[in-house]
Design a protein around this ligand. Sequence first.
Ligand code: BEZ
Length: 251
Amino acid sequence: MNRDWNPSLYQSSHSFVWEYGRDLLGLLAPLAGERILDVGCGTGQLTAEIARAGAEVLGIDHSVSMITQARRNFPDQRFEVQDVCAMPFRTEFDAVFSNAALHWVERADDAAAAMARALKPGGRLVVEFGGRGNTRALLEALRLALKARHGAEPQRVNPWFFPSVGEYASLLERHGLEVTFATLFDRPTALEGGGEGLANWFAMFGASLTEELRQPEFVRLVEQAAAPSLLRDGVWWADYRRLRVAARKEG
Ligand code: BEZ
C-alpha cells in the first residue's frame, strides 16, 4: 500500500491519535530505567511521554517523514526508521508498546515474531490498534460512493488488519507471548476540523485506498453516504473499535 504520510496534517488535525493513546500508557506503566520500544511512534508524542517516566525509549516508524518530524519535535529522544517486521532487536527490551499502528502492518505474523524477539524473557507487550469491525461505517460509505459513481460493486476497500480478540491472541501465543489481557471496544472518535473532519480523515489515512479520494467532488459523495451514521450536530465521527492487548514473553 502506498503511504505518503503527511506529518503536518497528522499533527494539526489528528491529535486524537496520541491523546487517546495516553490512556494506554496506564497499562504499560513504564518504570524508570526500563528499556522500551515504541512501535509505529509517528511524530513521537507518546515516545516522549514514556521517556518522562524515566524509561529509555526508542521510537521506530516505517515512515521517513514521520521520523523526521519526531526528531524535530523531540530532539533529545531516539527515533529510527524501521520496518517492524524486519527489526534487528534480540531480547533487548523490557516492554514493547504500540498505539494505533499495527493495523497498517499486513504481515501481522512477522510483526508479532519480531516484537517477541525484541523482548527480554518476562518482558511485556502492550498494544492497541483497530480491531474487528473498525471503521465499518466509514468503509461502507466509501463503498457506496464508489458504487454510485461506477454503477458496479467496487473491489476490496479495506487494506487494513483489524483482527478479533481470538485471532490476535492466538497469533501472539504462536510466538511465545502469553496474553494476560485483551479487549475489543467501541471508541467513537470525533474528527477534528468541523465540517471538514471526514475529508481530513480520508486525506490523511485513505489517500492510498483509491485515487478518487483526491477529488473533492468524490469526497462529497462519500460524505453524503456517511452522513446518516457518522455526522452529528456538525461533527464527523469515526466509528473506531479498539483492540487492546497486554501479553508477557514466556521464559
Ligand atoms: C485507526 O486508527 O483505527 C485507523 C486509522 C487509519 C486507517 C484505518 C484505521
